[in-house]
Design a protein around this ligand. Structure first.
Ligand code: WT7
Length: 637
């Protein structure tokens, strides 16, 4: 494996220091092992102050799949690249060696070209977690198209928004999807979306479930037919370092999700560097990241990171509790998984079942455990450590974001401290700071503030697709000179970071981000609704739940039937606009919302009520109508 590998605590301190004092040398060394068609002119360019644009390895030319695939063929051609475990354990699993994956990626890239996709075009993917999803993602990278994966759980309307924002010309989808006991006819969801997507000329359909689908002549083609007569090789397209690699939509504090853009060279170096160092990857590791490729975690640690490192990655189509709450552990034993990377919400959902489901498996192959997406509470940390890791596997609690491309703050497995409820120390190359509201840096330990990053790193977001001003405003304007994370954090007495949570109007539900405005817009689509306000509240399994306060045209319903009908309509509106994943957990129908005289909703009060802290509502005298607060408290769900 490649260079820049921190193996001891002493090395950590030395590497950290070098990364700060001589970042050019540090990041040149990290990039050295890759295949470059042309080396870079400058390692780092730009900074966070003026326009919020960094460049990394500018002037270089490369292809990511050359580095994920071709580069390994000499040494690892017959090594497993992908192990695929299907939703139903009775269906056979499958495996792809590096040689086979290379061939499939070349073929898929040729199918894209044959279907009119050119370098720089945007390709949207709405595909279940099957090996061909990874193949399709890599095929885009091979021939220079920009992939935009949309989690196959979002609604038709959400897909359409994403396709239109990126003006995608091609969509890759499948006939259907099984996720646990659920079945989703993904092709028909895409068909519904495409009714309002004029840019799309071609739909490539992967056969997976065998369910019947409507194929629109002239627009839709089957992948298995297209692949029949294409070449098995495809020369990798030389890409410039800062050409876009992918767009991934994520929620912010405004209504419309934004397309986070990552580029070729910096993302590659960052994915490889963070993967190998955080998990301390060795040649024979089998790495299982349970996140769907529809999220950034699946991009960086399900596909790119492991393949860049020449490791074996396991892709799982299913869910933790299907067909039983022992499924994760069964899969770990079956495929001898050595590194297991999942989300606190999954752990908490499994903790709710008997521990016998875990104890039934040996889990002796496991070496490292990871957590991502939200703070892991101490109880879940200890359960994970004791029952899954058997007290002998370091846990890495990895803090990062879609915008950071890869892990920023985390223990390096077995090397830097791993303490419950602490993400830990920053990786060498990452310079976190805590800021006061006025933007001044808070010095010393045992302090709390807004979490920001002081210097650029190779995986930093480059822009928001089609709207650079938005990236500038969101990340680089709140505290000039810094990348602003949107999180609050505490640096403990030992300098370890603890992430407290979002300080903006973003809710983190089961590790997935939703903007409160985004959910409110969706709720307001219901014919019953006049106005709504959404807040997060602590939820035992999901981390945060969605609590919606809603004003309806006919006031607060007086009969159960009316109430049910209204709530059903609200839920339906959210499912239609975003998807089932954003369904409110609690809906309270109210006659008014607590507003200031200037008409601003006082969310502080709504949050307190949702949290059950009705005794400590603070000053309500500046409200236009303090009486609504009493009504809201009385009707709390
Ligand atoms: C937000 C980013 C990172 C990939 C998955 C989520 C929260 C993420 C942790 C962690 C505490 C965490 C933050 C962050 N978050 N990891 N280990 N401890 N909080 O990516 O959807 O872009 O969400 O997730 O609030 O800002 P995302």
């Amino acid at each position: 494996m490649s260079a820049v590998r921190t193996r001891t605590l002493e090395e950590y301190h030395a590497d950290y220091q070098q990364s700060v004092e001589d970042p050019d040398a540090f990041w040149a060394a990290a990039a050295e092992p890759f295949t470059w068609y042309k080396k870079w002119d400058t390692v780092r360019g730009g900074d966070f102050s003026p326009g919020g644009t960094s460049t990394w390895y500018a002037g270089a030319q490369l292809n990511l799949t050359e580095n994920c695939l071709d580069r390994h063929l000499e040494q690892r051609a017959n090594k497993l690249a992908i192990i695929y475990e299907p939703n139903d354990p009775k269906t056979r699993h499958s495996r792809l060696t590096y040689r086979e994956l290379h061939e499939q990626v070349c073929q898929f890239a040729n199918v894209l070209k044959k279907n009119g996709v050119r370098k720089g075009d945007r390709v949207a993917l709405y595909v279940p977690m099957v090996p061909l999803l990874a193949v399709a993602v890599l095929a885009c990278a091979r021939m220079g198209a920009v992939h935009s994966v949309v989690f196959a759980g979002f609604s038709a309307s959400a897909i359409a928004d994403r396709i239109n924002d990126a003006e995608a010309t091609c969509v890759i989808t499948a006939d259907g999807l099984n996720r646990g006991a659920k079945q989703i006819p993904v092709k028909s969801v895409v068909d519904e979306a495409l009714a309002s997507c004029p840019s799309v000329q071609r739909v490539i359909v992967i056969e997976h479930t065998g369910w019947p689908v409507d194929m629109q002549p002239g627009r839709d083609v089957w992948y298995h037919e297209e692949v029949q007569d294409v070449e098995k090789t495809c020369a990798p397209e030389p890409m410039a370092a800062e050409d876009p690699l992918f767009i991934l939509y994520t929620s912010g504090s405004t209504g419309k999700p934004k397309g986070v853009v990552h580029t070729q060279a910096g993302y590659m170096v960052w994915a490889d560097y963070t993967f190998r160092n955080v998990f301390q990857v060795e040649e024979n590791d089998v790495h299982w990241c349970t996140a769907d490729i529809g999220w950034v975690t699946g991009h960086t640690y399900g596909v790119y990171g492991p393949l860049l490192a020449g490791a074996t990655t396991l892709l799982f189509e299913g869910v933790p509790t299907y067909p039983s709450p022992g499924r994760f552990w069964e899969v770990i034993d079956k495929h001898h998984v050595t590194i297991f990377y999942t989300a606190p919400t999954a752990i908490r959902s499994l903790m709710a079942h008997s521990v016998d489901h875990v104890l039934a498996y040996s889990l002796s192959s496991l070496r490292v455990l990871g957590s991502v997406g939200e703070p892991i509470n101490e109880e879940a940390w200890h359960w994970y450590d004791q029952h899954v890791g058997k007290g002998r596997c370091p846990i890495v609690d990895t803090w990062w974001q879609t915008e950071t491309g890869g892990i920023m703050i985390s223990a390096l497995a077995g090397i830097t401290p791993s303490v419950p409820a602490r993400a830990g120390l920053p990786l060498p190359g990452v310079q976190p700071v805590l800021l006061n509201q006025d933007g001044s840096e808070i010095e010393g330990n045992d302090q709390e503030g807004y979490l920001a990053i002081k210097a650029s790193w190779p995986g930093v977001i480059r822009t928001t697709w089609g709207d650079h001003e938005r990236a500038r405003q969101t990340y680089f304007t709140p505290y000039p000179g810094y990348y602003f994370t949107g999180d609050g954090a505490r640096r403990d007495e030992n300098g370890l970071y603890r992430i407290i949570g979002r300080v903006d109007d973003v809710i983190n539900v089961s590790g997935h981000r939703f903007g409160t405005a985004e959910i409110e817009n969706a709720i307001n689509q219901s014919d019953y609704v006049v106005e709504s306000a959404v807040v997060g509240y602590p939820h035992d399994v999901k981390g945060q739940g969605i609590y919606a306060y809603v004003i309806c045209h006919n006031g607060v319903p007086t009969t159960d039937l009316d109430n049910q009908r209204t709530e059903a309509s609200i839920v339906e509106a959210v499912v239609a606009a975003i998807g089932r994943i954003a369904k409110p957990d609690k809906i309270q129908l109210v006659s008014g919302l607590p507003k200031t005289r200037s008409g601003k909703i006082m969310r502080r009060i709504l949050r307190k009520v949702a949290e059950g802290e009705t005794q400590a509502l603070g000053d309500t005298t500046t409200l236009l109508d303090p009486a609504v607060v009493d009504e809201i408290v009385a009707g709390r769900k």
